[in-house]
Design a protein. Structure first.
Length: 78
């Protein structure tokens, strides 16, 4: 019985050590850098159809979390 307990203690200890090393690695690795990215200059024609479509999409996706007290999109999360 002692031998089984000792073996299981070694196995659990090794697993805990592995998990601690993995967590430390994830915590301390530097954030990736991608260099300078060129953002294209995009111009979109503003039409009533596009504005209403944007309103429809925002009401489906954004309003639940980003709607302010004044009824407008505030940009804040909840």
């Amino acid at each position: 019985m002692k031998k089984a307990f000792r073996i299981s203690a070694y196995v659990f200890g090794a697993a805990a050590l592995f998990l601690a090393a993995a967590a430390a690695y994830i915590q301390f690795i530097p954030a990736p850098s991608y260099g300078e990215q060129q953002i294209p200059d995009i111009s979109v024609e503003v039409t009533p159809a596009r504005v209403s479509e944007g309103l429809r999409i925002a009401s489906m996706l954004c309003n639940d979390c980003h709607l302010g007290n004044d009824g407008r999109l505030s940009g804040k999360f909840m």
